[in-house]
Design a protein around this ligand. Structure first.
Ligand code: SAM
Length: 274
């Protein structure tokens, strides 16, 4: 167990603390928070990002699971500047923080829960202005991969459906204490401005292009397609659609999940929803 600044880094909470002033500055500059923004940081840890964020903001929300770190944060920051939400970010309702201003989410995320956390955060796309995260570089590569690339998968489709994403820069292991085994990267997510509606919602007459009319069906279809990513879709999706329906959506029945662009998954889901 590594001790960092008197705290024993806990592997189960994915604790790799940022110690590079240059990287911290690049992240803070990328986030570009304004005093009237509502900003929430996931996993403040020992405050590497928290402190510089509080230099720009009169108030910050943080979500932290480690009780020792929560106690340290309470000691160092007055409640009028820092609201500490003690608990699991996977269960936190980020939408509850949405006020009149822009809502921004930031964090050097715990790598052991990064995929479920990203799926959880995707549900708040209609409430946030943007999100900036440090993640394993391999995860960021999967997030931004295009159809046909080896990194393209369920995470790429489900996040690209909701966000424009950009890999900003790579961060080497030596920027952390303890250092992780792999490279990391910082990614920016900006929500795509399309209204999200449930199945049967009649409020929106014309469905904007690229929007799934039944999000749950779209999510199920994508999950099923990638459950066996190397198999032909006519086999993996047999229980959900026919070959004719695949063809009508512009998808060759012999293609594999990793070859199909996001828009084609949406077309197919919308055809099945009617
Ligand atoms: N922000 C700090 C930094 O950059 O040095 C710490 C980043 S460290 C990679 C991840 C942080 O997330 C730790 O503080 C850890 O305790 C916290 N964490 C881990 N799992 C969490 C969870 N499920 N919910 C909220 N925080 C969590």
């Amino acid at each position: 167990m590594k001790s960092v600044d008197g705290h024993t880094a806990r592997k189960r909470f994915g604790q790799n603390f940022l110690v590079s002033p240059g990287v911290i500055k690049k992240i803070i500059d990328a986030v570009a928070a304004r005093p009237d923004d509502t900003v929430v940081e996931i996993g403040p840890g020992l405050g590497a990002l928290t402190d510089p964020l509080l230099e720009r903001l009169p108030h910050l929300h943080v979500v932290e699971i480690d009780r020792d770190l929560i106690a340290r944060l309470h000691q160092r920051h007055a409640p009028e500047h820092l609201t500490i939400h003690a608990g699991d970010a996977l269960a936190f309702d980020f939408g509850s923080l949405k006020g009149a201003g822009r809502l921004k989410i930031v964090g050097n995320l715990p790598y052991n829960i990064s995929s479920p956390l990203l799926f959880h955060l995707a549900a708040y796309a209609d409430k946030v202005c943007d999100m900036h995260f440090m993640l394993q570089k391999e995860v960021v590569d999967r997030m931004v991969a295009c159809a046909g690339e080896s990194d393209y998968g369920r995470l790429s489709v489900m996040l690209q459906y909701r966000f424009h994403m950009e890999r900003l820069f790579i961060v080497p292991p030596g920027s952390f204490n303890p250092p992780p085994k792999v490279d990391s990267a910082v990614v920016r997510l900006i929500p795509i401005d399309i209204p999200q509606v449930g199945a049967g919602d009649t409020a929106i007459k014309a469905i904007p292009e690229g929007m799934a009319t039944d999000y749950a069906l779209f999510a199920k279809l994508v999950a099923r397609a990638f459950s066996q990513r190397r198999k032909m879709l006519r086999n993996t999706l047999r229980e959900l659609c026919s070959e004719d329906q695949l063809l009508a959506a512009g998808i060759a029945p012999t293609s594999r999940a990793e070859d199909v662009p996001v828009a084609a998954y949406v077309r197919l889901a919308n055809a099945l929803a009617v």
